[in-house]
Design a protein around this ligand. Structure first.
Ligand SMILES: Nc1nc2c(ncn2[C@@H]2O[C@H](COP(=O)(O)OP(=O)(O)OP(=O)(O)O)[C@@H](O)[C@H]2O)c(=O)[nH]1
Ligand SMILES: [Mg+2]
Length: 240
């Protein structure tokens, strides 16, 4: 019977980096069930950040990025001998359990995440995360836009109107009506990242009788990330 498990040998190319991207399944309905605030629900974002921290501690990625209901993990040490079925199923189910553990609420349905594996070369890491961060910005503009339009029109009129508008049209409309996205919190525009940072530790060396400085790394959740650029990724050691 083992012979029927024909996909189990599918593996990530050796010595490569991968991105695992998770996305909440039908989180549109989950948002409705949990009565999440629109356009942004702070508690939901706090839980997603906690899920990222759990993923970071469990699977040792070098960088995790989240916005809305998606999470990207950049891994340089590939778990489960690179077996794609294992990577996708374990990481997605771990994320869903973590989500439920941190969300102190009664769910109508068990939340789930889908997962995909993307092999990536060093040259494309910045491009990938810029792509997702652009999507975060689009999401920020459009979700503020739709919330504003629904406050003055019926739901279907609001949906029709926003569908015919470009991103800059929506931005302009919001600005003209006193909603300046420059004043919106950074995480809503740019997302949240989790990565390792170094902390300076001063310890007393008894033998030498001197104070000595060393560095310890710790997991840092960054709610104030910049617009992604090469300097940021090299500074935090994600791109050499
Ligand atoms: N109200 C509210 N909803 C949110 C928030 N963040 C994410 N969402 C919801 O999550 C959805 C994420 O979009 P998608 O992943 O495209 O939609 P989905 O319903 O999850 O569908 P699939 O991913 O295809 O299963 C958004 O459409 C919102 O409905 C939030 O802060 N507040
Ligand atoms: Mg989704």
């Amino acid at each position: 019977m083992k012979g029927y498990e024909i996909y189990s040998s599918l593996q990530v190319p050796k010595n490569s980096k991968i991105i695992v991207r998770l996305d909440g399944r039908s989180f549109h309905s989950l948002a409705r069930d949990l009565k999440l605030e629109k356009p942004y629900d702070e508690r939901f974002y706090e839980v997603m950040a906690k899920v990222c921290e759990d993923l970071f501690k469990e699977f040792s990625p070098i960088f995790v990025y989240t916005f809305s209901d998606e999470i990207s993990l950049l891994l340089d040490k590939i778990p489960f001998e690179g077996r794609i079925e294992k990577i996708n199923s374990v990481i997605a189910s771990f994320a869903a359990s973590s989500f439920v553990m941190h969300y102190d609420t009664q769910f109508k349905k068990p939340p789930a995440f889908d997962s995909r594996v993307i092999p990536i070369g060093d040259d494309d890491v910045l491009k990938y995360f810029k792509w997702r961060q652009d999507e975060s910005w689009r999401n920020c503009v459009n979700s503020h836009g739709i919330s504003y339009l629904k406050s003055i029109h019926s739901n279907s009129e609001a949906n029709d109107e926003i569908n015919g508008m470009s991103l800059s049209d929506v931005h302009e409309l919001l600005f003209e009506n006193g909603i300046n996205l420059n004043n919106v919190e950074t995480y809503k525009k740019r997302g949240i990242a989790v990565y390792r940072k170094n902390r300076e530790v001063v310890g007393y060396n008894k033998k030498e009788k001197i104070n000595q400085t060393s560095y310890r790394s710790y997991v840092f959740t960054d709610w104030e990330i910049p617009i992604f650029n090469m300097e940021f990724f090299t500074e935090i050691g994600v791109i050499k």
